[in-house]
Ligand binder design. Structure first.
Ligand code: FE2
Length: 186
């Protein structure tokens, strides 16, 4: 399983607060990792909804994909997994998130982001594409399997990505499907 679109509102994000916090003049790929725990980037309604499901925010971060931008294939964590984040997307109208399978045997070396977090990245020929999806409504995404974003618009793509925990642990997408079952978009 790669993604689970949710029937919750994008308005659960305080966009004014969010866009005050990011550099809207960005021209290149850009990421932040600034907001741990409860944050006023997300509304009180969002926090209460998450807490009603026994979940909480570990951290939230923002990714910007410029017009014509194509991310490298990567996994957000230091080892392959099925862990999830909830993504909210704005800006670009022509964009896609893609997932693939690592098609080599050798283990990958761990890389560090600018925020010193561990991730894995892949060469284009090391991943076989298996799924493409355009995120419109807030969507649970699998970030533990190789994925990337392609933005085919003249407008940049902004993504607020919320790393959620349950009982202090990251959530695998199979568990997320159960936890959020009432809110899955048909
Ligand atoms: Fe990612």
């Amino acid at each position: 399983m790669y993604y689970i679109p949710l029937k919750i509102s994008k308005e659960l994000v305080n966009k004014e607060v969010l866009f005050h916090e990011v550099d809207q003049e960005q021209k290149d790929f850009y990421m932040t990792r600034n907001w741990f725990g409860r944050t006023n980037i997300l509304s009180e309604d969002f926090h209460q909804w998450l807490e009603s499901l026994g979940c909480s925010i570990f951290f939230a971060e923002v990714f910007y994909t410029p017009p014509g931008g194509k991310m490298l294939w990567h996994i957000d964590t230091e080892a392959p997994s099925n862990f999830v984040k909830i993504n909210f997307v704005w800006g670009s109208q022509h964009h896609v998130m893609q997932w693939g399978l690592y098609n080599k045997k050798e283990p990958k070396e761990i890389s560090l982001t600018s925020a010193s977090t561990k991730y894995l990245n892949f060469e284009p020929n090391e991943v076989t594409l298996v799924k493409s999806y355009k995120i419109e409504t807030p969507t649970i995404v699998n970030i533990g399997t190789p994925h990337r974003v392609i933005n085919n618009d003249k407008t940049g793509r902004w993504c607020l990505s919320v790393n959620i925990h349950k009982d202090g642990n990251r959530i695998a997408i199979g568990d997320a499907a159960e936890i959020f079952s009432e809110y899955v978009l048909d």
